[in-house]
Design a protein around this ligand. Structure first.
Ligand code: GDP
Ligand code: MG
Length: 799
């Protein structure tokens, strides 16, 4: 709880003081020390400022200042007067337990450039499996985690990557607002050791901010490998920030890092010192003028240090501008700023923003000149060599297609072996249930509903894991960024740029995180188009349908059909993007910088751990929505009448349409109701029902088929009861199988393109901030799916 929330007359114990160095120092000098008791007195009529008693004195604080003091309310406050010695007090006392709990909770944030290893560090510290990728803009949201180390509890937050703390990109704004509002106890500035010059720029801005901070010198392995040596202790002493070398991929140095964090938090670290990154006498003079002015108004200097605000003011930072607007001194400040700007520009003949940047880079170069010794950098050379081939104008694109083809081939072919093992496990389980249970609805529910439905989908787990393994490998190795680079020209043709490419490839895994990842695209129209075409990227939930139908009907040219499905999705996406650009969004030519991070051989461990994380998610889905949907589908198929077979046998000679509808299951009625619309696509009612059932999540399509085709059990003796055999078995009614080559193809096309799943629709609506785009996705995609499936069916039927 913050002191500002304390009601008049109530008392509390101070837990910690937040905010930047100079502010904290002043507040602490006023007597606001952790462990001290404080009582709120009556507040002024307008509630601001508030009076408090502290050690028998009266002090007044503004509400906004009181908001930076963390307290714990004390019901019977008179018990203790000063509990700064609380650490030795009897820990069984409820209050002291809570107090020391809060005292021993350290809130840290990870801050650094894109791609410096923040998320990897976060995962190691918090023991999670967050998405890691070797290109910028993977983390677009703050991720929170908790863990304990030593006597301390840590709340850790992984912020989006930023190069600086200006107000240019959404990420930068997000990070800065976070620092302003949440006020973490310690900032961990993650720095890419193999790219120090650029990474330390952000560090200089954090130094201006004057917050408590520790540097994680990450990628220390890369730094060493390149033969460079860095005297990081000396560098730390020079800039007044402790530096700990870390390797986030293996976890080396992470413990030492948090040791340092604790040291800094407890004020025991001797390296910590506030320095000024010198901006040269001309600019420093202006900074001083503005700083002194800002200091006059305590209201505005709380979250950010006056020096930081003064510098940002000179850079004409729009957010700082609006932050200062609340001040009475605002107009005066702005006129001062303009005067200073004019003075400097006249003097130096250059604009102040680039002067400041040059000064900062000069500072970094100077600091590194003393602490770093370079060696021939063979990592760069290797990178250049690979790049020459991979981004080659001639070979780059075919190579990319080849890689994608290999990925889909492996997903299908390599995946088919473990798939068979799981399949026989599932059918073994089914026949076991068959043997031990007495016939009746319960047995049918377990065997047909649960095992038929969930078992039908779970066999595809290996394929999905393989696909995710490759995607994560491409991201980690740095290839994905190259792919985006090669694709840039092509993407421009459809009115997008290379940056849109990565979310699209991510869509092959799952469209939901892919849609969220579009946040790294600055241009709104490009972002919206990328969001809207993303569902055409065939996600892994659609994979089971292809694997099932391709292995059943197109065994001989499996990889080609497989690849063609993905390709069709891409083609429709391209056409859609072109149309959207043409008819809905105006052209936009925002230039962009695309970084090419150095190649890294991702550790097998890490790729496997990401893959496993996805596997767990998949299994959770199995036990949740898929199980639930399977049971519903089973019940709808089972009731109201279950002597379906007997009925059918009697009426077998008659045309199917003349069967008394009363004898149908609910599902059959539903299927037959929508079937007139689907019939031109070659769908049998079971196919229509499966497509309908797939609306919540596309995995349900196959699980539904698993439930629907349980009556079709082929000779159970030879244990060939797998789904593939069941869907090719002739229907007991028509004597013909429900699927043939043509309808299997049109079914796959329909499932590929039709209405996105509910999670994707939600993501579209949320990210586009408009339900209209969600509605568009539903209607447009379904219409396109119908048309495409129709064309495919009609053409394929000719053969
Ligand atoms: P973020 O963008 O800052 O969150 O960075 P990520 O955690 O996504 O990591 C970017 C890439 O760097 C991934 O491919 C990681 O595997 C890799 N990486 C992270 N830390 C290290 C490290 O200490 N050493 C090496 N060699 N690679 C690392
Ligand atoms: Mg990240």
């Amino acid at each position: 709880m913050r002191l500002s929330e304390l009601k008049p007359g109530e008392s509390a114990i101070i837990v910690k003081i937040l905010g930047h160095g100079a502010f904290r120092k002043r507040v602490i000098e006023m007597g606001f020390v952790k462990g001290r008791k404080i009582t709120s007195l009556m507040s002024a009529p307008l509630k601001d400022p508030v009076k408090y008693t502290l050690m028998g004195y009266e002090v007044s604080l503004r509400l906004s200042e009181a908001n930076l003091v963390e307290i714990i309310p004390l019901a019977d406050a008179d018990k203790i007067d000063d509990i700064s010695h609380l650490n030795v007090i009897d820990e069984t006392d409820e209050f002291s337990k809570e107090y020391s709990g809060l005292r021993h909770t350290i809130n840290v944030v990870l801050l650094g450039n894109p791609n410096c290893g923040k998320t990897s560090l976060f995962n190691i510290a918090a023991g999670t499996h967050e998405h890691v990728g070797n290109y910028s803009g993977v983390t677009v949201d703050a991720k929170k985690g908790k863990f304990e180390y030593g006597d301390y509890k840590f709340n850790i937050v992984d912020l989006p990557g930023t190069y600086s703390l200006s107000a240019y990109s959404p990420e930068e704004l997000y990070v800065r607002r976070y620092l302003k509002e949440q006020i973490p106890d310690i900032i961990i500035n993650v720095v890419d050791g193999s790219n120090l010059e650029r990474n330390l720029y952000l560090t200089t801005e954090l130094i201006d901010m004057d917050r408590s901070m520790v540097i994680a010198l990450n990628m220390y392995d890369e730094l060493n490998k390149s033969g460079t040596t860095l005297d990081y202790e000396m560098l730390g002493n020079m800039i007044g920030v402790p530096i700990v070398p870390t390797i986030s991929t293996s976890g080396k140095g992470i413990e030492q890092l948090f040791e340092k964090v604790i040291e800094v938090y407890e004020g025991r670290n001797t390296t910590v010192r506030h320095i000024h990154v010198s901006l040269g006498s001309d600019i420093e003079q202006s900074v001083k003028v503005l700083k002194d002015e800002i200091k006059k108004d305590h209201q505005i200097e709380q979250q950010f240090s006056p020096r930081y605000l003064a510098i940002k003011l000179l850079e004409k930072d729009s957010e700082v501008d609006s932050l200062l607007r609340v001040s009475n001194e605002y107009n005066h400040l702005i006129s001062l700023r303009d005067r200073e700007l004019k003075r400097i520009e006249l003097l130096r003949g250059e604009d102040v923003t680039s002067l400041i940047a040059n000064q900062k880079y000069g500072f970094i170069a100077g600091a590194l000149a003393e602490t770093k010794t370079e060696n021939e950098n063979d990592v760069t050379r290797k990178t250049q060599m690979i790049d020459a081939l991979v981004t080659n104008r001639l070979f780059g694109f075919p190579l990319f297609l080849l890689i994608m083809f290999v990925i889909f081939w492996a997903t299908f072919e390599v995946g088919s072996y473990p798939m068979q093992w799981i399949e026989s496990g599932v059918s073994y389980l089914a026949s076991w249930v068959d043997n031990i249970m007495t016939p009746g609805p319960l047995k049918d529910l377990i065997k047909d509903g649960v095992i038929g439905g969930v078992g039908g989908v779970i066999v595809f787990l290996p394929n999905i894991l393989i696909l995710y393994f490759f995607i994560s490998f491409m991201e980690d190795s740095g290839y994905m960024a190259r792919a985006a680079f090669i694709m840039d020209k092509l993407m421009h043709r459809i009115g997008l740029h290379g940056k849109s490419f990565i979310p699209l490839v991510m869509g092959f895994g799952c469209n939901v995180p892919a849609i969220i990842a579009t946040r790294s695209i600055e241009s709104r129209s490009s972002r919206l188009i990328t969001i809207l075409i993303n569902p055409f990227m065939s996600c892994s939930a659609r994979l089971p349908i292809y694997v099932l139908l391709v292995s059943t009907f197109f065994r001989e040219y499996a990889a080609i059909v497989f690849f063609a499905m993905y390709f069709l999705g891409i083609a429709i996406a391209v056409v859609t993007a072109k149309m959207l650009r043409r008819f809905h969004f105006k052209a936009d030519e925002t230039p962009f910088v695309m970084e090419l991070p150095p190649y890294r051989l991702p550790s097998l461990n890490m790729s496997l751990s990401h893959t496993w994380g996805k596997g767990q998610q998949y299994l959770k889905k199995m036990g949740g929505i898929i199980l639930f949907a399977s049971i519903i589908v089973w019940a709808l198929n089972y009731f109201p009448m279950h002597n379906e077979m007997a009925e059918h046998n009697v009426t077998r000679i008659e045309d199917e349409a003349t069967i008394n509808p009363q004898s149908d299951s609910y599902l059959e009625m539903m299927g037959k109701a929508i079937n007139p619309v689907m019939e031109p696509l070659g769908f049998h009612w079971r196919a229509s029902v499966a497509a309908l059932a797939g609306l919540p999540a596309k995995e349900i399509v196959v699980s539904t088929m698993g439930v629907l085709y349980t009556d079709y059990s082929v000779d159970e003796v030879d244990n060939e009861a797998n789904l593939s055999a069941r869907i090719t078995a002739p229907s007991p009614i028509t004597g013909e199988p429900d699927f043939n080559h043509a309808s299997a193809l049109s079914f796959m096309v329909f499932i590929l393109l039709y209405c996105p799943c509910i999670a994707s629709i939600t993501a579209i609506v949320k990210e586009s901030e408009s339900w209209k785009y969600g509605a568009f996705a539903v209607i447009y995609n379904t219409a396109v799916a119908w048309l495409a499936a129709f064309v495919v069916y009609q053409i394929a039927s000719l053969f």
